[in-house]
Ligand binder design. Structure first.
Ligand SMILES: [Zn+2]
Length: 597
């Protein structure tokens, strides 16, 4: 057995120097990218780039580095380590062209400011990349919100192709891979950290870019002018995961087990805003409770400082199992465009606490308003909230994109917010959960129109996504909205999709618990994988690993556990549920000599 260890190089001095210049240090976010796909990794400095320092590692991930950063000894040590079996991954890393098998011949800058795409990529490798998309989406291009290098790489396998801002084939590889001795080298023509930070966190909103008259998360969307119909950032992450998995990496899955300990196909979360109404909350919550579904209501002050919903309704919602939270309102009693402040947030929270006496967990802002970049997340974390469900699914216009599933911020999964350069680019203990399905499944004056709903559920099952089902309580008092919710359950049943159901708070809590969970040790040997896992989430967590055969045997703490193997995206992926607490999980091939797990 050998330890399988991955490392990400982050140079603390480069980070400090960038922040001192007032610039964000974009490569930092590679850390977030790896956490989102659940790859356990250590962060190392350049002093580890030696023969001895690299020897214990199986994977080394390098960010973009300044000219001449690596000395000849480091280049030689990295080259020898790859030859001996390491996987080297470079995000637009220069100075190792021979190992990567590339030569840089030009570059493509942002089309406009630094939050616009430079171009896009398409996933083309028939084995590892193309199958990540459903067959009818395979022509889709994924925008790159970072500068791209133009390279030639004649001896590399081309996983993705670079395209211009207008999707013209350049024709250049955007992601390359090649075997090097016993190891391999994979090179991305852009900094994946920068790209996904800008895509998932969006553009700072200090002005009304889109012209709807207000400052909203729609102004933050950087995937424009691409549609956001598919989760571009998640797809890039899945390609990264595929390459890492091929080298033997193990992942903490994005979804936790079902209450019965089995592995779900998708996670649906339900929530909506009451918009200051007095009479819609209970019938909506009762409807959801009758269907056995969780629900979450964001309660708005109207006018600000006044709560119309009585305390006994708040209690009754609790009895119905309905989560209750605050709906911040910076729309109705202000002049637009309005930049709300920390003081305004704190005042509305005080008013909410005075009315209901319970600290909210995950919020939504009325009309998904926002101000600046990381500021509201930092303020809310300081005030004691854990997350928001405020990133919109579709850019303006229209003003209220109902019955629509999309991923304008490039992801379906919750994401930690990272602070700005003035605040050291620290990771804020606060998660933004994207809205991805907004009033899906019906049209209010026409009734059930389920094509977008079916798409949301099919995509969620295809990629094992968290899937947001945002329904205002008022529409759950009316037949068309109710029909859409019933159709959701019926479709899941008809398609055999096993979905975990949560309220928005619970998903927010899961994402924090996932973040605190750890694959503390990964060991691999012929036909055997052993992982030491720790999680506090009551239902446990799920390990995800590529396998070569359909029937590996799983055990946890020595007891047999059913391991789900799915033929997915052109490969066999095994999912092993692990219970809460400390556990030793093993996966082994039943036939000897059948290759590695
Ligand atoms: Zn609202």
């Amino acid at each position: 057995m050998r330890d399988f260890r991955s490392a990400l190089l982050i140079d603390a001095a480069l980070h400090r120097e960038a922040n001192a210049r007032g610039e964000n240090y974009w490569p930092l976010y590679a850390h977030e990218v790896l956490r989102r796909i659940g790859l356990p990794h250590e962060v190392i400095g350049a002093e580890r780039l030696s023969v001895d320092g690299l020897a214990p590692l199986s994977v080394l991930i390098l960010p973009p580095l300044p000219d001449g950063y690596l000395d000849a000894g480091q280049v030689a040590a990295i080259g020898a380590w790859v030859e001996a079996g390491g996987l080297l991954m470079g995000f637009a890393t220069e100075g190792l062209d021979d190992v990567f098998g590339i030569s840089i011949e030009g570059s493509l800058d942002h089309a406009e400011d630094e939050f616009t795409a430079s171009g896009c990529i398409s996933l083309i490798d028939p084995e590892w990349a193309d199958p990540l998309l459903p067959p009818y989406e395979r022509a889709s291009a994924l925008p790159v919100i970072a500068p791209m290098k133009l390279v030639s790489a004649p001896d590399c396998r081309e996983l993705a192709r670079a395209r211009s801002f207008f999707e013209r084939d350049l024709p250049r590889p955007a992601v390359t891979w090649r075997a090097v001795g016993e190891g391999a080298a994979c090179w991305w023509a852009f900094d994946l950290g920068e790209c996904l930070w800008k895509m998932q966190q969006g553009r700072p909103v200090y002005e009304d870019y889109d012209g709807d008259g207000k400052l909203r998360t729609m102004d933050m969307v950087t995937t424009r002018p691409w549609s956001g119909d598919i989760p571009y950032g998640d797809l890039m992450s899945f390609l990264l995961r595929r390459v890492l998995a091929e080298a033997g990496a193990v992942f903490l899955h994005q979804l936790p087990p079902m209450p019965d300990g089995t592995v779900p196909d998708a996670l649906l979360h339900w929530g909506g805003d009451d918009e200051g109404a007095t009479d819609v909350q209970l019938p909506a919550a009762e409807f959801m409770a009758d269907l056995g579904l969780p629900y979450h209501i964001n309660i708005m002050q109207s006018p600000v400082g006044t709560h119309q919903m009585p305390q006994e309704t708040f209690e009754r919602l609790r009895e119905l199992g309905c989560e209750r939270s605050i709906h911040f309102n910076f729309i109705t009693d202000v002049e637009h465009p309005h930049r709300f402040t920390r003081e305004e947030l704190a005042a509305q929270l005080d008013s909410y606490l005075a009315a209901y006496g319970k600290m909210p967990v995950c919020t939504v802002f009325h009309w998904v308003s926002w101000t600046g970049w990381a500021e509201p997340a930092r303020w809310l974390a300081e005030l004691g909230l854990l997350g928001d469900n405020n990133r919109i699914h579709w850019r303006y216009p229209p003003i209220n994109p109902a019955n629509k599933v999309a991923y304008a911020f490039g992801s379906a999964y919750p994401q930690h917010v990272w602070d700005d350069a003035r605040h050291g680019n620290v990771r804020i203990p606060f998660v933004s959960i994207p809205i991805t399905g907004y009033e899906v499944g019906y049209v209010r004056d026409r009734g059930l129109e389920p094509s977008q709903l079916h798409r949301a559920l099919d995509l969620a099952a295809f990629w094992n996504l968290t899937s947001s089902h945002f329904h205002h309580p008022i529409y759950l008092t009316e037949e068309p909205g109710r029909a859409a919710v019933r159709e959701t359950l019926s479709y899941l049943d008809r398609r055999g999709i096993r979905a975990l159901q949560m309220g928005t708070d619970e998903l927010c809590r899961w994402w924090h618990a996932r973040d605190a969970s750890a694959l503390e040790r990964v060991e691999r040997g012929p036909g055997l994988l052993r992982v030491t896992v720790r999680t506090d989430w009551p239902a446990g967590c799920v390990l995800q690993v590529l396998v070569r055969q359909e029937n590996p045997a799983g055990t946890v703490n020595g007891e047999a556990v059913e391991c789900v193997v799915r033929e997915q995206h052109g490969a066999l992926w095994a999912y092993l549920p692990v219970p809460s607490g400390e556990a030793s999980a093993e996966l082994r091939c039943k036939q000897d000599g059948a290759g590695t797990v």
